[in-house]
Design a protein around this ligand. Structure first.
Ligand SMILES: [Zn+2]
Length: 207
């Protein structure tokens, strides 16, 4: 017990911040617009199964999930903690529709809002995936490129509004009503799941 609390005191401030984000996420995701209580309702789920956006065999920690209160309020987005320069892989095949890679900096000041490097890929069903906080000049793709699922598209970073290096991932569909955010399930080392903050998820390839 003593050892555990001693270790806790020596956690780096960044780790404390991440711990706070995870706890806040877990507390806030209970009973919100998109909740995970009704797992049974996924039994007949026929939605597309995405690949985790990093290399096979690697595990990353999900810091924020859907509707997490720090910066995902009202957003179906996922934040994977990821060291700068980690290869980012396409979660689904498609065509690149947008690349921004000229921002150099990031942080949690207002001045960084809207200044994240990013890659957007449009899928065959017209949904689009956003890969955010890519590193400076960290894209390996350009608009119009055809991308295979699992292809390395760039390198992660911490550009734009970002408290620490991570990959922000979200999917939406443009409808006559505007943008509709889509929850996405992934193939993981633990099976096909909707991801929740506070967990590690290992990337595996489709057989
Ligand atoms: Zn995010």
């Amino acid at each position: 017990m003593k050892a555990a609390s001693g270790r806790f005191l020596f956690l780096y401030p960044m780790k404390l911040l991440i711990l706070w984000l995870v706890l806040a996420s877990l507390l806030s995701s209970c009973g919100k617009q998109f909740h995970f209580a009704s797992i049974e309702s996924y039994a007949n789920d026929s939605s597309f199964v995405y690949r985790l956006p990093y290399e096979k065999g690697k595990s990353h920690f999900l810091v924020q999930g859907y509707n997490s209160i720090f910066s995902h309020r009202g957003r179906l987005a996922l934040d994977f903690k990821m060291n700068r320069g980690t290869p980012v892989l396409a979660a689904r095949e498609g065509i690149v529709t947008r690349v921004v890679q000229d921002y150099e900096k990031g942080g949690i000041g207002k001045r960084y809002a809207g200044k994240a490097n990013l890659i957007v890929i449009r899928h065959i069903d017209s949904s689009q995936a956003y890969y955010g906080h890519i590193s400076f000049h960290g894209s390996l793709v350009k608009v119009g490129d055809s991308i295979a699922q699992g292809q390395v598209i760039g390198y992660s970073g911490s550009t734009g509004f970002s408290a620490f290096p991570h990959l922000h991932f979200s999917v939406w569909q443009t409808t006559s009503m505007g943008r509709k955010q889509l929850p996405t399930r992934f193939l993981t080392g633990k099976g096909i799941l909707y991801l929740k903050p506070g967990n590690w998820y290992k990337a595996v390839d489709f057989k």
